[in-house]
Design a protein around this ligand. Structure first.
Ligand SMILES: C[S@@+](CC[C@H](N)C(=O)[O-])C[C@H]1O[C@@H](n2cnc3c(N)ncnc32)[C@H](O)[C@@H]1O
Ligand code: SF4
Length: 391
């Protein structure tokens, strides 16, 4: 039974020079067909078709094409979370969002749905869009604010300024959203500690329910990566640690629980979808480039959205690369992901690493809590190195 669905919507009105997610410029002529393809892919899974690795029990034909069909119980969808990410889902028009949301409502049994998140860019939020999302059952918004400093927003190539981001936040609240996440970034080129402090304070004043604070990564194949390679931008690990510690101090003082390295939530507002992912639960990914993990099988849809649309609408499978997972691979991933969470890594996952674990504990980076191994405050600033030492 699959309880978590991720949907990738790869369009953005503008491409940010630091971003390595699969995305492309908004392509209006293709977006209607894209929405149709998303719903068609959902139907394929509902029918139990194209489920890589599932035992085949029959072959059915649709529109002249044959699909492997399966009656594997795991292929049934009963979502407790749906996450529309991107790209920028809100870059779609109101009519397209309505088609998608209505399509999901009509095709899925949503009786167990707890959380339906959509990622939004402040440049593409409107009161009508917000009302529509609310009306169709979206109950969590993740708003990409990044910074409240107009100069830094410009450097990041964002399509909005701080004032528009604030208006979008209020507009979402006015539409009735009681669960709003604000994405922030730190360690930006030229960003001062004072700018970061005031961005955090401004965020606190708005009282979002959840905050994701990401340290800028210079991702390959981005303009920022090239500028970093040319020496125009520098990464300063000490400054990054200081930004991180300030975020922890200010947000925890304001009552936010630091439940994952980059994530803070008011009590009861941690993300159900992300927690499931960090716990290694099965999830289905729909849309171009989306990854799925079900049982011991993982697969990824083709990335290019044009080929994704053509494949799905012509009855072919959009699945690209796939692999069988071993229990060892699953355990390694579980350690890497759960180490970053407040609950930490289970002792059973680390039982073969007793010596490394003891050494890391002796360095004051890890501690034992409720039978699990949890990063200490200092360990959190060195989380990646601790993970490397353990896996
Ligand atoms: C898919 S985007 C969110 C929605 C929307 N596209 C937007 O940008 O507003 C996910 C988030 O990842 C973060 N992010 C993207 N690229 C990053 C990078 N190179 N380093 C750190 N954080 C990054 C940003 O905070 C961004 O809001
Ligand atoms: S709007 Fe979001 S997904 Fe699009 S390029 Fe910018 S950060 Fe990436």
């Amino acid at each position: 039974m699959i309880r978590h669905i991720y949907v990738h919507i790869p369009f953005c009105a503008r491409i940010c020079p630091y971003c390595a997610f699969y995305k492309d410029l908004l392509d209006r002529p293709h977006t209607w067909r894209f929405c149709e393809a998303i719903l068609r892919e959902l139907e394929l899974y509902q029918g139990g078709a194209i489920f890589p690795g599932s035992p085949e029990v029959a072959v059915a034909t649709e529109g002249g094409k044959s699909f492997r069909r399966t009656r594997d119980r795991r292929s049934s969808l009963l979502p407790s979370t749906i996450y529309f990410g991107g790209g920028t889902p809100t870059a779609l028009t109101i009519a397209q969002l309505e088609l998608l949301l209505r399509g999901f409502r009509e095709r899925l049994n949503l009786s167990c749905l707890e959380e339906w998140t959509i990622e939004a860019n402040p440049g593409s939020v409107s009161a009508r869009k917000a009302d529509l999302l609310k009306k169709f059952g979206v109950n969590r918004i993740s708003l990409g604010v990044q910074s409240w400093d107009d100069h830094l927003l410009k450097l990041l190539g964002r399509e909005h300024n701080a004032r528009q981001a604030e208006e979008s936040f209020h507009l979402l609240r006015a539409a009735g959203f009681a669960n709003i996440n604000v994405d922030l970034m730190f360690g930006l080129p030229g960003q001062t500690i004072e700018q970061w402090r005031s961005t955090l304070e401004k965020t606190m004043a708005l009282q979002p329910d959840h905050i994701s604070a990401y340290c800028l990564t210079y991702e390959e194949d981005t303009e920022f990566f090239l500028r970093h390679a040319r020496g125009e931008f520098r990464q300063d690990a000490d400054a990054d640690s200081e930004f991180f510690e300030i975020a922890m101090a200010i947000l925890e003082h304001a009552g936010y629980e630091h439940y994952e390295i980059s994530n803070y939530a008011r009590p009861a507002f941690s993300s159900v979808h992300n927690r499931a992912y960090w716990l290694g639960k099965d999830y289905l990914g729909i849309g171009p480039s989306a990854v799925s993990t079900v049982g011991m099988r993982r697969w990824q849809n083709v990335c290019d959205y044009r080929s994704y649309i053509d494949r799905v609408l012509s009855g072919q499978s959009p699945v690209g690369p796939s692999e069988d997972l071993t229990s060892e691979m699953k355990r390694t991933e579980r350690i890497a992901l759960s180490l970053r969470t407040r609950d930490g890594v289970s002792a059973s996952d680390l039982k073969h690493f007793a010596q490394q674990t003891d050494e890391i504990i002796a360095l004051g980076l890890l501690r034992k809590s409720n039978g699990n191994f949890v990063l200490t405050r200092r360990g959190k600033t060195l989380a990646d190195s601790v993970a490397e030492a353990l896996v």
